[in-house]
Design a protein around this ligand. Sequence first.
Ligand code: SAM
Length: 296
Amino acid sequence: MFSYRHGFHAGNHADVLKHMVLIAVLKHLTAKPTPISVVDTHAGAGLYRLDSDFAGTSGEAQDGIVKLLASPLAAAPPPLLADYLELIATFNPKGKPKIYPGSPFVTQALLRQDVKDKLWLFELHPTDSKSLATHVEQLHAGRQVNLKREDGFDGLRAHVPPVQRRGLVLIDPSYEIKTDYQRVATAIQESLKKFPTGTYMVWYPVIPRPEAHELPRRLKTLATQAGKSWLHAVLNIGQKPETPGEPPANKGLTASGVFLVNPPHTLKPALQQVLPALVEVLGRGRGQSQVIEAGG
Ligand code: SAM
């Protein structure tokens, strides 16, 4: 536990998918004038430097946001991607991507002070929760943003249903421990009973592990049993060709997925417009692919 630090992965292909979808969901929810509540069960440090020792060690942003920004797609992006790139640009006014916003900052950028939207953040890592607190302070967001160094799955129980009766639950664990997969499914099942109209978004890694493979299937079953609509999207950047005599080119995660319950009805067509183009740009070769499926 606690060997995962999101700083090593910030701005990678998985963050591109996750944060692009997160923005789309929040834009939809904030289009109505009534307040919303967002619970981010696994918040991370909030802001990341792409030129830090962390990010530099793995260089994962190079195969994510950095590659995307350098591509022709960034010059003429489809709407979903345009919103994402616009938000990233607000953190990097000089152009070159140096700062990458994590989910707390992506979310806060879309919340409204005047209608009293609220954000609840949970982060258990001692160092990352301290960094998150420092970063959040700089926002001067007052009571809009609430931070707790607690277990996010436990914290979630106390925050559904939210008083606002509208909102989003983002569950984005590091899956360092196998039980995270089970805890995600249980959290969705329990929360849907208490807050059936909420929107839920789960991120997961596509890795050769039975629990990871099983998770989207379990979530589909849970959503269907609850009579709720769902959407599942996967971005797989595939494998780079190996060069003989050089270090292995394919370390790290090649694919990840997001699973949503009660997604905006506009999300599926918007993803159909953008995901194939993203695979073209971020794809590294063998196995690159995408999935968009929905039901309910
Ligand atoms: N949501 C963040 C984003 O998109 O920028 C990234 C989060 S990262 C994938 C997962 C985070 O969850 C890590 O920072 C880790 O320390 C934290 N974590 C792990 N187990 C946790 C738990 N049970 N409750 C709260 N946070 C936890």
